[in-house]
Structures are given as C-alpha cells and as structure tokens.
Design a protein around this ligand. Structure first.
Ligand code: HDD
Length: 687
C-alpha cells in the first residue's frame, strides 16, 4: 500500500494538533487528508471523483471579487463614535444625542490605484465612516480634502477614466502625473481649486492618523420640529496634521508599500488608538445666499473663519479587523445611508452619488443582499418585505411578504409597518436649495466661478507650502508628453495667482502663456489659516516614530538615555542596526535591532538619532545605506540627533549644522517634534 501522507498524515496530524476541530468540506464532511489528491496509483491520473480537491480549487478560483472602480486600495478599522455636545436643537439623529456611543467601521483609501498599489502616491485619500446607529446605518463617505474635482456627477466617469492608468498602455498606476489626467483637467477649469489641494502636501499624509476628513457636500441637519439647517462635516485628527514631502513619499514607496496600512494596524494593535473630533459648520439660507459662491457647489468650501467648526463628537478607532476580506473589502458605503435628522442637499454631485454607490455594490458584491453581510448589516433590528435574491441568508417566516396586509387579524405575523413618527421623512422646509423650475441641463450661476477659492487656498499657505504646490505642478506637468497641455494648464493658473503661474512656467522652462478667459471673474477672499497644514501641526512626539541607528561599540548608556527620552515623549523608538540580530554595545551586551538598516531607511521615521562609537562610525561610513540614512533624514527636513563620534557619518552625508541637527539630549527631543522647512532651499531646487 502507498504511504498516504509521509510524515504528516491522517490520525497523526489530528493527534499533533490536539483538540483542533476537524477540517471539513463546505458541506460538513470530515476530511481525512488535506495534503494529497486522490489518484489512480501513486504516479497515475488524478480522479474526477475527488470532491475534496474539486471543492477546494473551485472555491479558490473564485476568491477575488471585482475591486472598487475607485478607492480600490484601502485599510479599515473598527471603533466607536461618542457624541460630546448637545445638538438636539439642530438634529434629532440619535447618533448625536450627547453621551450616545455608536459603533463604527472606517475605511481609508487612495483613489486612483488598484487594490495592490502602494499606500503613498500623490493622491486624495478616502475617509469613509459607517455609523451603526440605533436608527439604522449612517455612512459619511468623505475624503481628506473638503472640495472635489467636479461639480456635477455626470462628469465623474470622465474624471476617473482620465486619472486612472491610461486605457491602452495600462500605466501609470496610482498617479495623476500623466497625459490623460492633465489633458482633461486643463480643459476643465472647475477642477482648479481641487488641483491646488491635490498638488499640496495634503495628498502626501504622513499617516492616516494625521489627516483631516471632510463630508465635502453641504448636507442638512433636521430637528424634531422639522427645521432644517445646512451643515458641512469635518474630522479633525487629535494628533494634528502632518504630511511628508514629495521626495520622501517617492522613497517611501520603495521602503514600504504598506506604510499607512501598517501604521494604522500597529497603532491600534499597541493600544495607541487613533482619534478624530467630529466638527460641524452650520449655516442657514440667509448666510448661503450672501456668499460669493454657491454652497451646493462641491468645488467650494466654507472658510472656517466665516463659520467656525463646532466640535460635537469623538471618533476612536480601537479594533483591527478580524479579516481583511470579510470586513475591509466587503464593506459597502452608501451616501444614501442617512438617518432621521440628517438629509441631503441638492448638490448635483451628491445627487449623482446617491445612485452610484448602491448600484456599484451589486456588481462588486454580486447581490442585492449585500446588506446582510455582517460588516454591512445594521446593528439595530431591521426588516421589510424585500425578498429572495442571490445569496439570501435570512429565512423570513410566514406569508407576509406584501403590504398592506391584514394577516395579523387572523393570528398570523403581519410583518413590520411604516412609522410616520419614527421613520425617515425628507425635509420639506425651505432651506435655500429646494428651488424648482424648467427642466434644464444647466448649472447655477455662481458655479461658474472656478478660481476664487483656488486663489484663497494658495494665498492661505505659508511660503514653504506655496513652493511645494508650485513644484508639484512642475513635476506633474513635466511628466506630460502632450506639450500643449502644459501652457494650457499654466494659462488657467494665471487666474489663480500670477506669481504661481510664473513659477510653474519657469519650472517648465516655457513662456508665460496668455491668461485663460475665466467664465466668471474671480474675487479675493480673506486667507484662512485652517487651510494650511503647517499652521495646524502639533509640536508633539505622540504617535510618531524615531529611528535610532546603532552599530557595534555604541555606548549602552547613551543609547538607553535617548531611547527612554523618546519613549517618555510618547514616540515609538525603533532601533536600527546593520544586522537584525543586533549590535554589541560598549557594555558587551547585544542589543537586538527592531529593523535591519537596509530595510529601515530614515524615510519611515519622523526623526532620527545616530548613536555610534568611533569604530562603528568608521564601519558605517563605508555602508551606503547608513550614509543615505543620514542624508535622507537631512533632505526630508527631519531632526537628526547624533553623538560626537557619529560626526564623520554626518559629514559624509552632507548634513550641515542647523536647528534640526542636535546632540542626543533634550534639544533632540524638542527638535524631533518639528520639521525644518527652512532647510529645504539648501537641499533642493523648488519652483
Ligand atoms: Fe465616490 C467610492 C468618496 C464622488 C462613485 N467614493 C468612494 C469611496 C470614497 C468616496 C471614500 C470609498 C468607499 C469605501 O471605502 O468603500 N466620492 C467620494 C467623495 C466624492 C465622491 C468624497 C465627492 C465629494 N463617487 C463620487 C461620484 C461618484 C462616485 C460623483 C459617481 C457618480 N465612489 C463612487 C463609486 C465607489 C466610490 C464608484 C467605488 C466603490 C464604491 O463606490 O463603493 O460608486
């Protein structure tokens, strides 16, 4: 007889795994051998009758579902939302009852890349939150930028086709720096405001935990008396805002494809729970009518200086998914998911979304019953007379599958009934957006102003941020092969800011083109600090990571001191050494490394400390990865703390003395809370 499973077969395996449950087929039949298919003789053909093999391969062949057409790359987490302020005068939604805690699932995403693409391209980030409220699911499906590329949903397929990889060549992946995107964008002046945000460091977040989120559209809050107010939703990260810079983002792509996913997972796993405050900007029709922009236009924001953000709740992400596919992949967000007390506005972009998301889930998840998948199912009781369909998992009892019915009068279960009192009722109060008129394919008048807020954004940035924006335009337009697109884009930028247009033209080495004709003359708006990242960063080490480079001979006391100080300040101290097994310290003990030097470049850290002996420094001066470690930390404007013996390495890396280059004491801990943007002109030419 043949040996069925040499070394690991049948009963032996069961014994080896103790009380583990028995492996079965999908239909519950116990499996005796999960290593060998059924053959006619040891070297003979495999038999069709092997249902264990066929079922396993059949299921495997169908493991993938269509990825999202946009936002395919995403990372999710569970958490809780707590309402912290009483807004019952504005909204009757239970989720906003002060003290109410609501379970949530959040999915962050990039937009353009496929599911397997990197985490750190220059791209908008999705920020989608599903609140499992006791009155049904509310999904706030937003982005990390408060405005959008287009004003009307009918342009969405064009936007997505233009930005994703080009149709014939299937590249580039996850990036907008290519012909079709800029060809389209330069022909669509309404994209200009969003382009300013997209070309800023907003699209290079340091972490998902250090970016804002926005509901983007104007929505409505509705109170118990039926009174409606306009509202914009904001998520403010408790850690403050933080972004990387472009060269760093490029190098992060090589260092760690999963930089943001890993950061989110590890933060939650270590109990360092990411938090955001939920804020609202509330305004009425009178305010809306007095603005030089239309509040129904998703390419416009409402300056926080005009309507301050009122904080009404806190989101805490406290649990990683148990299973990526079952939860993060199968979660289905629907802007149509609103609850009593929250309503839509007539924003034409939002109105189109109300169709698209429901529709896409059917093709993505393959059934109209996607709401029964655990991650999508409401946590409150739900029921209606919708029946059957693919993958139906509910087993409704009785005959009541129509309404009205009088079955209850005959002692049968008549099923649920509508509730005028508790049910969702579309708000009918005049809120300034409920106008009606002739059937027309038009946009409202103020939608034609494409530049005022782009100008507002640019002029609200500090000088470093403006230089980054100008340089990003230069970088992206330099990647465009259709040369006529470059001046066409710069012609639009002249309506935003003449100096910006000139910088971009100079960076592209082209003549300044004629100014594009604006559909409506832009107006000047007062600059707003809320739009700048640099003005909203926090001087803290909380949530950050400091890389500490050591080698054989490193002084044990110096290392312990800097590591303790970093940890006391709330950051993660990550020890990097040439060998992962560790380095032999001055006291003869071996210090294990958290990361090997070649796989732990400085771009994955917020600041670096270099603690070397003279001998160790000599060795590392001959190691490209060590020189690069210091050079990139300097180039990425990070604090570098080093002891005297490490100076030759700093010299070799071209590190020059400035406020960010310190010893290993308190001055390093202070410096590590900052980036040194003033250093940048020393290390790169910006536009
Ligand atoms: Fe969208 C996904 C955000 C406009 C059509 N969108 C999607 C996701 C986010 C956004 C965060 C990922 C959700 C998840 O994690 O599963 N989308 C936005 C924002 C927009 C916006 C903030 C403008 C303010 N989207 C928009 C328009 C349309 C769509 C105008 C179509 C008319 N979006 C979709 C979609 C997706 C999607 C094709 C892909 C997967 C999905 O819906 O569930 O239906």
């Amino acid at each position: 007889m043949q040996d069925r499973n040499p070394g690991n077969g049948g009963e032996t395996h069961q014994q080896a795994t103790g009380d583990a449950p028995v492996l079965t087929t999908n239909h519950g039949v116990p499996i005796s051998d999960n290593q060998n298919s059924l053959k006619s003789g040891a070297r003979g053909p495999t038999l069709l009758e092997d249902f264990v093999l066929r079922e396993k391969i059949f299921h495997f062949d169908h493991e993938r579902i269509p990825e999202r057409i946009v936002h395919a790359r995403g990372s999710g987490a569970h958490g809780v939302f707590e309402a912290t302020d009483d807004v019952s005068d504005l909204s009757k939604a239970a989720v906003f009852t002060k003290g109410e805690k609501t379970e949530v699932f959040v999915r962050f995403s990039t937009v353009a890349g496929g599911a397997g693409s990197v985490d750190t391209p220059r791209d908008v980030r999705g920020f989608a939150v599903k609140f499992y409220t006791r009155e049904g699911n509310w999904d706030l499906v937003g982005n990390n930028i408060p405005v959008f590329f287009i004003q009307d949903a009918i342009k969405f397929p064009d936007l997505v086709h233009a930005v994703k990889m080009e149709a014939d060549r299937a590249y580039p992946q996850a990036g907008s720096a290519h012909d079709t995107f800029w060809d389209w964008a330069s022909l669509m002046p309404e994209t200009t405001h969003m382009l300013m945000w997209a070309m800023s460091d907003r699209t290079l977040p340091r972490s998902l935990r250090t970016m804002e989120g926005f509901g983007v559209h104007t929505f409505k809050l509705v109170n118990d008396g039926g009174k409606a107010s306009f509202v914009k939703f904001h998520w403010k990260p408790v850690l403050g805002l933080q972004s990387t810079i472009w060269d760093e983002a490029l190098k992060l792509q090589a260092a760690d494809n999963d930089y943001h996913r890993r950061d989110l997972w590890e933060a939650i796993d270590s109990g360092d729970f990411p938090e955001w405050e939920l804020g609202i900007q509330v305004f009425d029709e009178e305010f809306a009518r007095a603005q030089p922009y239309d509040v129904l236009d998703a390419t416009k924001l409402i300056p926080e200086d005009d309507v301050p953000v009122r904080i009404i709740g806190k989101l805490t992400l406290n649990r990683n998914p148990d299973n990526f596919f079952a939860e993060t992949e199968q979660v289905a967000f629907l802007p149509t998911n609103v609850v009593p007390g929250i309503d839509f506005s007539n924003d034409p972009l939002l109105q189109g979304r109300l169709f698209s998301y429901l529709d896409t889930q059917n093709s993505r998840l393959g059934t109209t019953n996607f709401h029964q998948i655990p991650i999508n199912a409401p946590r409150c009781p739900f029921g209606n007379f919708q029946r059957d369909g693919k993958m139906q998992t509910h087993v409704p009892k009785g005959r009541a599958n129509y309404e009205p019915n009088s079955l209850a009068e005959f002692g049968e279960d008549g099923g649920p009934r509508e509730s005028p009192k508790r049910g969702f009722a579309t708000v009918n109060a005049a809120t300034g957006d409920d106008e009606q008129g002739d059937k027309l394919r038009v946009r409202a008048e103020l939608f034609a102003d494409h530049y005022s807020q782009a100008r507002l954004f640019y002029r609200s940035q500090d000088a470093h941020e403006q230089a980054h924006i100008a340089s990003s335009f230069v970088f992206e337009l330099s990647k465009v092969g259709l040369e006529a697109v470059r001046p066409r884009m710069v012609a639009n930028l002249r309506n935003v800011d003449e100096e910006l247009a000139q910088r971009v033209a100079d960076g592209l080495a082209i003549d300044l083109p004629e100014k594009a004709e604006a559909a409506r003359a832009p107006v000047d708006m007062a600059p707003s600090d809320a739009l700048s990242i640099h003005k909203n960063m926090k001087a803290t080490l909380k949530g950050r990571a400091v890389g500490i480079l050591i080698a054989d001979g490193t002084d044990a006391g110096d290392l312990a001191k800097v590591k303790d100080a970093v940890e006391a300040a709330g950051a993660k101290a990550v020890i990097v050494a040439p060998k992962v097994g560790g380095a032999k310290l001055s006291d003869g003990k071996t210090q294990k490394a958290d990361g090997q030097l070649a796989g732990s470049p400085s771009q994955i850290f917020d600041a670096v400390a270099i603690v070397l002996s003279e001998e160790g420094c000599k060795t590392l001066c001959r190691e490209g990865a060590a020189v690069q470690f210091a050079m990139d930390a300097f180039g990425h404007l990070k604090a570098i703390g080093a002891n005297e013996a490490a100076q030759p390495l700093l010299d070799k890396a071209g590190v020059e003395a400035d406020d960010g280059v310190t010893g290993l004491g308190e001055d390093f801990i202070e410096a590590a809370k900052h980036r040194f943007y003033d250093r940048e002109p020393k290390v790169r030419m910006l536009a």
